[in-house]
Design a binder for this molecule. Structure first.
Ligand SMILES: [Mg+2]
Length: 264
């Protein structure tokens, strides 16, 4: 019997699950269709903070997958939600990040500012930024050490995967630079921290066992499922391998290990 009869929500990671860079991974669109036909709510959850949710809706559509912005949860969007709940509307933030992050913070009324010596700043928000400069580190450092800002990280992914097992520095490597210079550890919003998945469960009104997280990384996708207590499936179309899953302590192993999404 398919796991689809036992769950009400399916949360898909995207990179390494539905596509690899700009190439579709087989059976992705079909798996999403099967969820929808079974009446299972679908969410798309990514730690990538560089794109907007609308960008993802467009990318999914390009692979034949229909979605709405409400079904897309990026670490930038979740960070904005967290800030809004923290009372950040009208407050200031120094950010290191790309358009996706800036756009999400705009939408919850956070004022993105440059750090000026002597000014108080409410938050420093750090995500992936391929336009990183020393000046941006300088501003984040000043806002935290002298401006009284709280340090928020969209995610701590050390690397971003390219094709053929190659990687480039991820948002976590920039977060680490700010944490190192300030000696302050951030509040982290993205996977494997539980916040994003907990907000999905709350929105859907389901208990953890009614939710299945499907991802290609043990250290983020499967780890968040384990922490929150949802079901989990590792697909072998991305970063982690079946051997790595088998090497984990039993409580941290995925419930399912699938060659690809045709197993759903
Ligand atoms: Mg992935």
């Amino acid at each position: 019997m398919s796991v689809l009869t036992e769950i009400r929500v399916a949360v898909f990671d995207m990179d390494g699950v539905l596509w690899s860079m700009d190439d579709p991974i087989e059976h992705g669109a079909e798996a999403i269709r099967r969820c929808r036909q079974a009446g299972v709510s679908v969410y798309f959850l990514t730690n990538n903070s560089s794109k907007t949710r609308a960008d993802y809706v467009a990318k999914l559509a390009g692979f034949g997958i229909e979605s709405t912005v409400d079904e897309v949860v990026t670490s930038a969007h979740a960070t904005a939600q967290w800030l809004e709940a923290d009372g950040a509307r009208g407050k200031t933030a120094v950010i290191i990040g790309e358009a996706g992050l800036r756009c999400e913070l705009d939408q919850v009324g956070v004022n993105v500012v440059e750090y000026v010596e002597g000014d108080a700043v409410a938050y420093v928000v750090v995500g992936w930024d391929r336009g990183l400069t020393y000046d941006k580190l300088l501003q984040a450092h000043g806002a935290i050490t002298r401006g009284g800002a709280r340090f928020i990280a969209t995610n701590r992914d050390a690397t971003y995967p390219l094709a053929m097992g190659r990687t480039i520095p991820g948002g976590g490597s920039i977060v680490a630079a700010v944490a190192t210079s300030t000696g302050v550890e951030p509040i982290t919003i993205g996977k494997p921290e539980p916040y994003t998945l907990l907000t999905i469960l709350e929105r859907e009104g389901v208990v953890p066992r009614q939710c299945l997280v499907i991802g290609d990384r043990l250290d983020t996708d499967i780890a968040i499922a384990t922490r929150v207590g949802t079901r989990s499936a590792l697909v072998l179309t991305g970063v982690s391998t079946a051997e790595e899953a088998a090497d984990l302590p039993p409580a941290q192993r995925p419930e399912y290990v699938w060659p690809d999404l045709s197993s759903l």
